[in-house]
Structures are given as structure tokens and as C-alpha cells.
Design a protein around this ligand. Structure first.
Ligand code: NAI
Length: 336
């Protein structure tokens, strides 16, 4: 098969050499997008990472495409209906980084709880004032975990390790997990109403876009902490900005933002042939406001980024491609 691997670092390119002989493999550092797809028009398999955008227009320009082997758990960067129409299979890496991502959620939470960023900046400038960087304990605080899949369950274990009281919301409750991991399920608003800290672990899908919006912030206690390592569009950014401005949300730790590709490549906005939609512009402005709040920490969609997780991602992706080539597809995405 003709395979194109996008967003590949040198070590990933070396790992992909194991496919050669049986397949024709091309690796590129570039993301797959409307700007780069032309060079890969004969690809039967593409393997993107999270910066690539596989919208219908890009997929249309890949007439030989049979498999998208995304090197991620999430697949919201791929137009699922365009793939369905063309019979293109999608494989993902569902289980590579529950600990990696949950630990990042707690890295954000601890950094907020103990004002780590301010503390380090202050001491670098020679300042040793304690008052500005006073923090709070996690022990005995109520943690709300939204989404109790792989990453959410690991977040629950970590929360329990800190002596937090854990509540959870999921559309599919798992009573066995609740008993084993020591947490209590409730309805979304009921759980939010009792939480000191809310951490999000649902995928981005039509049912979760804007899951945390104005009514949900309204249900939360004043001074709540929000952590989002799931996907940016699970939170209504404008509602979050208002909640921060009103002090409803005391602080937020965000690894993901909506409109991430636009933020990453802002210069692209000025090179575009078509103007940005008003909603994109509004979203960009809201992101910029968020980035300026002193009580908001934003990391660059980095929660997956540990050596161990990346090694698991590439190993599973190569196995997914080989399995597809041998007619026994693995890790095929079926959900909409
Ligand atoms: P998972 O599939 O194991 O768990 C997701 C959970 O969300 C499931 O229990 C499901 O029932 C629940 N859920 C789905 N829709 C829901 C809804 N509308 N309402 C309530 N619950 C709902 O997924 P996993 O592995 O825990 O990952 C979660 C998400 O984390 C991924 O989809 C991805 O978007 C994000 N992620 C972020 C990374 C990062 O680097 N920031 C890295 C890896 C994943």
C-alpha cells in the first residue's frame, strides 16, 4: 500500500521504516491539510496526528484513500460522514495514555492550587513574597470527573490518592467501577453543584460540544476550578470567560482550546482566500481573552506528550496499518 505519515518526527520516521519492503512509505513533518494534500494524492493510507485537518475537501483530494490511521485517541479532526460516504476506514489508538493524560490534568490542577507558575516566575526575579502565592489543599475537596472512560477512571484514582472526594458524571454509568474505585455517580448538574474541582474527560462529539456552557457554570459553586484536557469545544469558551470574569470559576487549567489550528497558525488567517466565519472570529477573540487571564493556565495540547505514550501510539498505529493490509482491521472507529 502507499502510505503517507504526516506530522512525523525523526524517531517516528525511523519506526515507520519497519513498514518498508511490504509498503511504499513517505513521511513528512507537515500536517495534512488543503495546502499539503496535493503532494500525496495517490496515498491509500494516511496517518495524521492531531494538527492535521481531514475535512471533506481534503478527503476528496485523496481518491485512492482506504484507511486513515490516526495517531490519536480522538478523531474529531476527521470528517466521519465524508469517510462513511467513500467507505474509508478510520483506525485510532484508543488506549495509549490514560495515565499520561490524567497526570497532566493533575499537573494543571496542582499548578493552579499552589500558584506554581507565579511562584517560579517570582523567585526567578529574586522575589520571595509568600502572600501572593498562597495556595489550597486538594485533600477533602470534591472532585467532579466528567466522563469515566479510560482517562477519567485514572483521574479518579489519582483524585482518591490525594484524599479528594470523587463524584462523576457519564452517560453510561459503570456501577462496578464506582464501587471498585470509590466514587459516586450523579446527574451532570447535581455533580457540578457539589464540586470544588471539575475535570473533563469526554470525547468531542455532537453530544458533548458545549456540554459545559452557561447553565452548567450556573450550576457550579462559586470559586470552582475547571480543568480541561479533553477537547476545547466541550466547553463554551465565551461562557467560561464570563464565569472567570464573575469569579464563578476561580481558575482554569486548559490543555485544549476550540479553534486550536487557527491559534497555532494565526498567520494563515491573512493568507486565506476565503474570509473566516464570524463564529471562528468570535471564538478566536474569546481564546485570546482566556490566554490573558492570570488565573488561567493554558498548555499547548500537550497532555498526551510523554515518551511512553508516544511509543505506544506509534506501535499501535503501525500494527493498525499492518492489520488493515492483512484484511483483519483493528481499532476501527465506529462511533459517530
Ligand atoms: P473513553 O472513550 O475511554 O471515555 C470517554 C467517556 O466519555 C466514556 O465513558 C463515555 O461514556 C463518556 N461520554 C461520551 N459522550 C458523553 C456524553 N455526551 N455525556 C456523558 N458522557 C459521555 O475516552 P478516553 O480514552 O478516556 O479519552 C477521553 C478524551 O480525552 C478523548 O476522546 C480525547 O478527546 C481526549 N484526549 C486528550 C488528549 C490530550 O492530549 N489533551 C490525549 C488523549 C485523549
Amino acid at each position: 500500500m502507499k502510505i503517507a505519515i504526516f506530522e512525523a518526527e525523526d524517531w517516528e520516521e525511523q519506526a515507520c521504516a519497519s513498514l518498508e519492503g511490504r509498503h511504499a512509505v513517505r513521511c513528512t513533518r507537515a500536517a495534512l491539510s488543503g495546502a499539503t494534500v496535493g503532494d500525496f494524492a495517490d496515498a491509500e493510507v494516511v496517518s495524521p496526528f492531531i494538527t492535521s485537518r481531514l475535512d471533506a475537501d481534503v478527503i476528496d483530494q485523496l481518491p485512492a484513500l482506504r484507511l486513515i490511521a490516526t495517531r490519536s485517541a480522538g478523531y474529531d479532526h476527521i470528517d466521519l460522514s465524508a469517510c462513511r460516504r467513500r467507505g474509508i476506514a478510520i483506525s485510532n489508538v484508543p488506549d495509549y495514555g490514560d495515565a499520561t493524560v490524567a497526570e497532566h490534568a493533575f499537573a494543571l490542577l496542582l499548578a493552579l492550587a499552589r500558584n506554581i507558575v507565579d511562584s517560579v516566575e517570582q523567585t526567578r526575579r529574586g522575589g520571595f513574597s509568600m502572600a501572593r502565592v498562597r495556595g489550597f489543599e486538594l485533600r477533602d475537596k470534591v472532585l467532579a470527573v466528567i466522563g469515566t472512560g479510560r482517562i477519567g477512571r485514572r483521574a479518579i484514582e489519582i483524585g482518591n490518592g490525594f484524599g479528594m472526594r470523587v463524584l462523576a458524571y457519564d452517560r453510561q454509568e459503570d456501577a462496578e467501577a464506582a464501587a471498585r474505585l470509590n466514587f459516586e455517580y450523579g446527574g451532570l448538574h447535581a455533580v457540578l453543584a457539589r464540586a470544588d474541582v471539575v475535570t473533563l474527560h469526554v470525547p468531542s462529539s455532537p453530544s458533548t460540544i458545549g456540554l459545559i456552557g452557561e447553565p452548567e457554570f450556573g450550576a457550579m459553586k462559586d470559586g470552582v476550578i475547571l480543568i480541561n484536557t479533553a477537547r476545547g469545544n466541550v466547553v463554551d469558551t465565551e461562557a467560561l470567560v464570563r464565569a472567570l470574569a464573575m469569579g464563578k470559576v476561580r481558575a482554569a487549567g486548559l490543555d485544549v482550546l476550540p479553534h486550536e489550528p487557527l491559534i497555532r497558525e494565526e498567520a494563515e488567517i491573512f493568507r486565506r482566500q476565503t474570509p473566516l466565519a464570524a463564529s471562528d472570529l468570535q471564538g478566536l477573540v474569546a481564546n485570546h481573552v482566556l490566554l490573558r487571564f492570570p488565573n488561567v493556565l493554558v498548555t499547548p495540547h500537550n497532555a498526551y506528550n510523554t515518551d511512553a505514550a508516544l511509543r505506544r501510539i506509534i506501535a499501535t498505529t503501525l500494527a493498525n496499518i499492518e492489520a488493515f493490509a492483512e484484511g483483519r482491521p483493528a481499532n476501527i472507529v465506529t462511533a459517530g
